[in-house]
Design a protein around this ligand. Sequence first.
Ligand code: PEP
Ligand code: MN
Length: 343
Amino acid sequence: MIVVMEESASEIQIDAVVHRLKKVGFDIHRSRGERLTILGAVGSHDMDPRDLELMEGVHEVVRISAPYKLASRAFKPEGTVIRIKDVTIGANEIVMMAGPCTIENQDQVEAVAEAVAAQGVQVMRGGAFKPRTSPYSFQGLGEQGLRFIRDAADRHGLLVVSEVMESSQIPMFLRYVDILQVGARNMQNFNLLRDLSRIDRPVLLKRGPAATIEETLLSAEYLLAGGNHQVIICERGIRTFETYTRNTLDISAIPVIKKLSHLPVVVDPSHGTGRRDKVPPMARAAVAAGADGLLIEVHNEPEKALCDGAQSLLPDQFARLMEQLGLIASAVDRRMAVRAPRA
Ligand code: PEP
Ligand code: MN
């Protein structure tokens, strides 16, 4: 942290700031220019810069290191690669996660599993516990839904990602899923994050609708600090003043997070736009911008979907997108991680 004192700051005021910083544990490097005194506070202590800014004689406080440590790129410059069975996330290959918004019944989940597996997808998505805005909307099939998606995924050699909404569900999720998803609304549910930090299973952490990148990385830090290093960040759109799309997909978050952090970044253009016709262009943009994977809603009969039909791709649209993504991936020196479909 750098503390720039006012030109008019007195020795007493400077000493008071030095004393305060030392009390927290910082080493102080003091430099006196012709007009200004600058204090360099070195150390990784937690201090609110505003507490210093409010002190007499202080002109400005500049934080120079990120408040997250384990999530920062400096902690692991080579980048994190997560391995789940034969799937790697965060390496050169771009991982596809696809499936319905919500698991509705056995036939639906089987039809979608077959369709996405035929395209070489590696991870099947599908919610069994749904965080719905309205309490009157379909809330998900619960454990039965997890059973359906696990069975369908196993038949087609797919991994499973599904959203866990509360800590008490974690043991159940460990029986059925390969990746536990933390939904956007739960990104700052710190108790849930703390409990997920103690498990040995990857977590896909969605950025909150109103969360800054720094807040998102601090939520990831909760998982890492508790011992779970298998964390994937998911950009899924943020709330802005724009109302045409459901959210504003922050494509720039991809290169920013890749620079600030070593964690893999996947992008969800389905919730990011809320409209089927806007999903392929944003998926293409995400791959071009450096995403390590995509999370996309696909439904065999979106007009009958119980949730998010309007943003779900039809299987043939998804197939066309997969072809395009292959071309874009090679243009940015990546490859689509296409898995051979099971006979
Ligand atoms: C989802 O992916 O099923 C979901 C509910 O997304 P989000 O948490 O991003 O709204
Ligand atoms: Mn959805």
